[in-house]
Design a protein around this ligand. Structure first.
Ligand SMILES: [Zn+2]
Ligand SMILES: [Zn+2]
Length: 236
């Protein structure tokens, strides 16, 4: 049952606190995936095929280069470049299809399309997106069926905006009717409460620069800009 595999890491992430439990989760998964990319993945032919075809984004290449596995990284790059060059050479030979009246001509250039496909693909990003969607499904399953979990959620500090959006979209196909309306309303309320809370913390942060407030306590505001950025975008 999928719930079992996902429940523990999800509950652990909520127990950890912070501005977004899904970011906590994603960070852990990302670390695992980066080391997998230069470890076990290299021994698995199917993973190698995916790695050769998709490649990695800049963020994940940089994380891979910090792993200290120079030879593994070299091998990943070598075979990926090989497959990429083959696909670009094939695309170069393909005839351009004429775009329609309202279509930009670059839309139908096979070489541009091949380059775009390469730029938008990353083994690790794809894996993270896929796994986070599964976690979002389990989130709503538990929210509906486990009162303890729901209590934990409503006591958390909300979510970053991208993960909040993911949850709302997922709710639409995981819940229905009155359950859906109520659950969404509760989580939207939670999010707005914490957006206002972080706004207040950032506001006090700026006021602390006024000499009249210099002896006032910081409260929670010292790291408020950092946490506000975490709230507004996925972890950096
Ligand atoms: Zn997040
Ligand atoms: Zn990536």
């Amino acid at each position: 049952m999928k719930e079992k595999i996902y429940t523990i890491p999800l509950s652990d992430a909520f127990a950890e606190g912070g501005e977004c439990p899904f970011c906590t989760l994603e960070k852990k998964l990302e670390t695992e995936q980066v080391s997998y990319a230069l470890g076990a993945s290299m021994m698995e032919p199917d993973s190698r095929i995916v790695s050769n075809e998709k490649g990695y984004c800049r963020r994940h290449f940089e994380q891979m280069s910090r792993e200290g596995k120079a030879l593994s990284l070299g091998l990943v790059l070598d075979t990926h470049l090989n497959v990429l060059i083959q696909s670009l050479e094939a695309a170069k030979e393909m005839p351009k299809t004429k775009g329609g009246l309202f279509k930009k001509s670059s839309d139908s250039d096979p070489l541009t399309e091949a380059l775009e496909k390469n730029q938008n693909s990353c083994v690790i990003c794809d894996k993270l997106n896929h796994t986070l969607e599964k976690f979002a499904e389990v989130f709503w399953y538990l929210y509906k069926n486990e009162p303890d979990f729901k209590e934990k959620v409503l006591a958390c500090q909300g979510f970053c905006l991208p993960h909040f959006k993911l949850l709302l979209e997922c709710a639409d196909h995981e819940l229905s009717g009155k359950n859906l309306e109520e659950a969404k309303a509760e989580v939207i309320e939670l999010e707005l409460t914490h957006l206002k809370r972080i706004n207040d913390e950032v506001n006090w942060f700026t006021k602390k620069f006024d000499y009249r407030n210099q002896n006032e306590p910081w409260g929670n505001s010292k790291d408020a800009p950092q946490r506000a950025m975490e709230k507004l975008s996925k972890f950096l």
